[in-house]
Design a protein around this ligand. Structure first.
Ligand SMILES: NC(=O)C1=CN([C@@H]2O[C@H](COP(=O)(O)OP(=O)(O)OC[C@H]3O[C@@H](n4cnc5c(N)ncnc54)[C@H](O)[C@@H]3O)[C@@H](O)[C@H]2O)C=CC1
Ligand SMILES: O=C(O)C1=N[C@H](C(=O)O)C[C@H](O)C1
Length: 250
């Protein structure tokens, strides 16, 4: 059986360097390119890459994906910074390349995907809900892509269930003290040396609270999801948003 020809973009970064090792170690994959900042994207076509694992930064991801989709290279994307406007541009490129697939995974770790799923399930049963994400201090974006997605899923579930806005009597104070507002859900970002990637979803009702917490303590937590994404995206044309769609969770 021929091996899946995989390239990693952002190959010298924190997660990218781990992804290079994971692809090299996968028996059904061949690492055909490992690109860092400034390397030519033509390397991907010269190397015959079938899948590009995109782990760079929000300022680079769009140009990289535009090139990949123009050349029929599937994408597995962990890079953050996804807005509605960016997603619409990506869908336009996918429409022009209908056999190509892109997976965008706000988080590749199974625990984080389950956290999002459990938070969505729990959201309608509690009056209050807030998200706290905690990351290493080298992270350039806040809130994290995972926290933004978690808050969107919570907000969607609460809208569908007809929940009232969470109670909050705050009338005065410092700007930012109540976090960022993502679809009506407060999201608080902590940046602390010693941490990697962590998230808590706090839910509160009369006389009880529920905390759903996930900790990624090593970048290896993201690797099974990246490899699964690469295997599945080649037979899944169009945009898949969230690794849960490849996990048969229900
Ligand atoms: N979805 C997920 O599960 C995860 C996503 N991430 C995300 O992945 C991204 C990268 O995170 P880190 O590795 O921590 O950052 P990092 O800063 O350590 O690595 C990014 C690397 O990409 C390189 N780069 C920038 N532009 C490039 C380009 N055009 N072509 C090739 N390389 C380029 C940089 O030089 C750097 O080496 C961030 O957006 C982060 O939030 C990180 C961990 C897990
Ligand atoms: O930058 C990181 O480290 C991470 N980024 C992703 C995010 O923004 O959610 C995934 C994970 O939290 C690690």
């Amino acid at each position: 059986m021929s091996k899946l020809r995989v390239a990693v973009l952002g190959a010298k970064g924190r997660i990218g360097s781990e992804a290079v090792r994971a692809v090299e170690a996968a028996e059904d994959m061949e690492l055909v390119a490992a690109l860092g900042r400034g390397d030519s994207l033509e390397t991907l076509t010269d190397a015959g890459a079938e899948v590009a694992v995109e782990l760079t930064e929000p300022g680079s991801v769009m140009d990289n994906l535009e090139f990949c989709l123009r050349h029929g290279i599937h994408g597995v994307v962990g890079t953050t910074g996804w807005t509605d406007e960016r997603l619409a541009r990506l869908r336009g490129w996918l429409d022009a390349s209908p056999r190509t697939g892109v997976l965008i995974a706000p988080n590749f770790s199974i625990g984080a995907v389950l956290t999002m799923r459990f938070a969505r399930q729990a959201a309608r049963f509690f009056e209050s809900v807030e998200v706290i994400e905690l990351h290493h201090p080298n992270k350039v974006d806040a809130p994290s892509g995972t926290a933004a997605r978690t808050a969107q899923l919570i907000a969607e579930a609460r809208r569908e269930a007809g929940c009232a806005p969470a109670p909050d009597a705050t009338a005065t104070g410092l700007d930012g003290a109540r976090g960022a507002d993502v679809d009506g859900v407060p999201v608080h970002s902590v940046r602390l040396r010693g941490l990697l990637a962590h998230q808590e979803v706090l839910l509160g009702g009369e006389g009880e609270t529920l905390t759903i917490r996930h900790d990624s303590t090593h970048h290896s937590s993201f690797m099974p999801g990246i490899l699964l994404g690469a295997r599945r995206v080649v037979t899944t044309p169009g945009l898949t948003f969230g690794l849960e769609h490849f996990l048969d969770l229900d």
